[in-house]
Design a binder for this molecule. Structure first.
Ligand code: MSP
Length: 705
């Protein structure tokens, strides 16, 4: 996009986080991107020269491991998932101006430039890092081996490497002074307080390179190091504007950003590390970093690792993009957590969009069609309705400006209700029954006023429900809303005599089945089916068939089903046509284990059994049968919660080599995350667990095949 576009208008640079490509896009990501799109559209209507940036975060150990698991190169894996994000945003018609991928050349160049600048300015030094690292959050964590990540609760891994360090400690005072002088920098208040407390507790220098893997941007001049993925990722906000290039007109025009939208869990990176990097590089800080809350599903944060995701595509297929946008922005108070459910979505859709806005539009325009031959009548204006519309303009505008979308929409839907009420109270269909001049005049006044109000409503609804608003704008005979001048929106912009456009449904009512349809689409989708399957305990042999059988000791013995459960079908094999049944099973009966109780070698190969050594073991308070173990797999350490406390005293386990199922989806027990299961024989009637072991010494991490 040419940098000189709209140069006379104030610049407004708006960013979303760039999404990790280890997970496919879900409603959580959609939420942030939709909020950014609504804000971008709003600001454009207000005459700002908006630049809206989004993209994908593609480097780091987590992505490298995900790619290996998927059997792809990191390049291919990242390209595929990045394309899925982009395709979804395009399908939803999101109006991003730039889409950055951190594997792009322009980004690599910019990040290396930033590294060099910080080095030249004396903020980088080489040292030895010996400490804990959470691969899931790509976060350095203070504490001894065995420390759990404060963000995600997973066990951290021990890293001991020569690293480059960034002198974060040198910015402690400057950051606090900046926060003091710019109270608007971190929003909302709750996040600001958290960040202040974090900085006040003291900042330590930050390791900004790694040597134990390659999937990243090399440190310039010392290529065995790759740059810490968060430094790499945060820099996208400026590399997308040409930072590191000789000429960077976009950077000159758009940096610093006006709004950087993030989810609350990444406040520390955006409100501490990022401003410190910018200060160190001599660049101005963004005006505001705004952290929103989480979209919850089934009571917890929607995320791939919890297996509780809903894909945006499901809602798009059944109700369309506007319905999803409206729901997300109306239902959740921006800044707070909010729940998603199909029931609530359909209820809102029917109440607010189909019966509310859609119905108001269709009945008003139908009456203008019928009584005034499809032309906006010339009539006096209802002063009461005009006043209400003018009030709504002010309220909705300030709501959008403050990113309080739910307040803005609440005010807007009040105007819809008022306009509806106005029609009901004045009953134009009754007035139309009389042909006299006074009645015609009255009818013109009522319908003109209602149509003028619909025009205002539509202009204000456009940032949130752009497709529907564009349709209604056309139906009002006003042409293309995208090119309309909405900057100085006032009541009086509807010219009498305007010929209405083609009428048509805006939000057809959703049937009750819409809920079950969406649920079925989600359940049948491979992503969901796999997550469900991963929740099942894996069993390799039917315990009933042999007196002493190897079994996996489930974290909670009661949760264990003593029947053979076939391993999960391959991700791609579920078809919509046969829900719940692997497509491969239809084609190849040998794969269809359930009938015979046998599984194929491929099924078995999907279960990753490995040797691990117990580092720590302790009882779980108030849970007689549970032990919390920390085990070392050689390449990583993790926490497992196992139901073996009645058979093993914790201290007898330290140093013991055990067999674990290493690729089970994590699950929480008594608030503790369990990452895997211990394999044991189940002995006697009570099923006393006896841990599997080896006569010879076996290297930790070795795989059982
Ligand atoms: N790659 C980093 C961000 C780097 S930015 C320089 C990252 N990526 S992520 O894929 O995990 O995306 C995190 C963002 O996605 C959150 O900050 C939030 O914007 C959005 N969300 C993902 N799940 C979400 C919910 N369940 N609810 C709300 N937003 C969520 O962190």
């Amino acid at each position: 996009m040419p940098a000189n576009k709209n140069q006379q208008n104030p610049a407004f640079f708006l960013t979303t986080p760039i999404y990790y490509v280890n997970a496919r896009p879900h409603l959580g990501h959609t939420y942030t991107t939709v909020a950014a799109d609504a804000l971008a559209r709003w600001k454009r209507t207000r005459g700002f020269d908006v630049r809206f940036l989004t993209g994908t975060d593609e480097h780091g150990q987590k992505i490298e491991r995900s790619a290996a698991k998927a059997g792809k190169t990191p390049e291919q894996f990242a390209a595929d998932v990045s394309q899925e994000f982009r395709a979804l945003w395009d399908r939803m018609g999101l109006t991003y101006d730039d889409y950055i991928r951190t594997t792009e050349e322009r980004h690599k160049r910019g990040v290396q430039h930033l590294f060099r600048v910080l080095q030249q300015r004396g903020f980088i030094y080489k040292g030895k890092y010996a400490g804990q690292y959470c691969v899931f959050d790509e976060l350095y964590v203070d504490g001894p081996p065995g420390t759990v990540c404060p963000d995600c609760g997973r066990l951290t891994e021990t890293v001991s490497e020569e690293n480059y360090f960034f002198k974060l400690s040198a910015f402690e005072r400057r950051l606090l002074e900046y926060f003091e002088a710019h109270p608007e920098f971190i929003q909302p208040e709750a996040r600001r307080n958290e960040v202040l407390a974090f900085v006040r507790s003291g900042l330590r220098d930050l390791s900004i390179s790694r040597t134990s893997f390659n999937w990243g941007i090399p440190v310039p001049g010392d290529e065995k190091h790759v740059i810490y993925v968060w430094m790499d990722a945060l820099a996208n906000y400026i590399t997308a504007l040409g930072y590191g290039m000789e000429q960077h007109p976009l950077l000159d025009r758009y940096w610093p950003a006006q709004v950087q939208l993030i989810g609350k869990e990444i406040s520390r990176f955006h409100c501490v590390y990022w401003p410190a990097f910018l200060m160190a590089a001599g660049l101005p800080l963004p005006q505001t970093v705004i952290a929103h809350g989480w979209l919850l599903f089934e009571q917890s944060k929607m995320s791939k690792s919890r297996g509780n995701i809903v894909r945006a595509e499901t809602v798009l297929d059944v109700l369309g993009a506007d319905a999803l946008r409206y729901f997300l922005l109306r239902e959740i108070r921006f800044g707070q957590d909010g729940s998603f459910s199909f029931d609530a979505l359909v209820q809102r859709y029917n109440a607010d969009l189909a019966n509310g806005y859609g119905n108001l539009v269709s009945r008003t325009l139908a009456m203008i069609g019928k009584y005034f031959d499809g032309r906006i009548p010339e009539g006096a204006v209802d002063a009461g309705l005009q006043a209400e519309a003018e009030q709504a303009i002010t309220k909705v505008s300030s709501g959008y400006d403050a990113l309080q979308f739910s307040d803005a929409l609440d005010a807007l839907w009040r105007l819809i209700a008022q306009t509806d009420g106005y029609l009901t109270a004045n009953a134009p269909w009754k007035v139309a029954a009389s042909e006299d001049a006074a009645s015609r005049k009255r009818l013109a006044e009522i319908l003109y006023s209602a149509a003028a109000s619909i025009r205002v409503i539509t202009a204000l609804a456009y940032p949130v429900i752009p497709d529907a608003a564009a349709k209604v704008w056309k139906q009002l005979g006003l042409g293309d809303i995208a090119t309309a001048d909405l900057k100085h929106l006032t009541w009086g912009g509807l010219q009498p005599g305007t010929r209405l456009g083609e009428p048509g449904p805006v939000f057809p009512r959703a049937e009750k089945e819409a809920i079950s349809r969406m649920q079925a689409i989600e359940e049948q989708h491979p992503a969901r089916a796999t997550a469900e399957a991963e929740k099942q305990p894996a069993v390799f042999q039917n315990p009933a068939a042999v007196p002493v059988s190897p079994k996996v000791v489930p974290p909670e013995p009661t949760a264990f089903t003593p029947t053979a459960v076939p391993a999960a079908p391959p991700t791609q094999s579920l078809t919509a046509a046969s829900p719940g049944l692997p497509a491969a099973a239809e084609a190849n009966p040998a794969v269809a284990a359930p009938a015979t109780g046998k599984i194929s070698i491929e099924d078995f190969a999907r279960v990753e059994l490995r040797v691990a050594q117990v580092l720590k073991a302790e009882r779980v308070p108030n849970a007689d049968r549970l032990l919390r173990l920390e085990v070392d797999l050689g390449y990583e350490q993790r926490q497992i919660v196992a139901g073996i406390a009645e058979a093993y005293a914790p201290e007898t386990l330290i140093g013991r080599k055990v067999v674990i199922v290493a690729n089970l989806a994590p699950r929480k027990l008594r608030g503790l995350e369990s990452n895997g299961m211990i394999v044991a024989a189940s002995v006697g009637e009570k099923g006393r667990p006896v841990l599997a072991g080896f006569l010879e010494d076996v290297e930790i991490g070795a795989r059982l095949k």
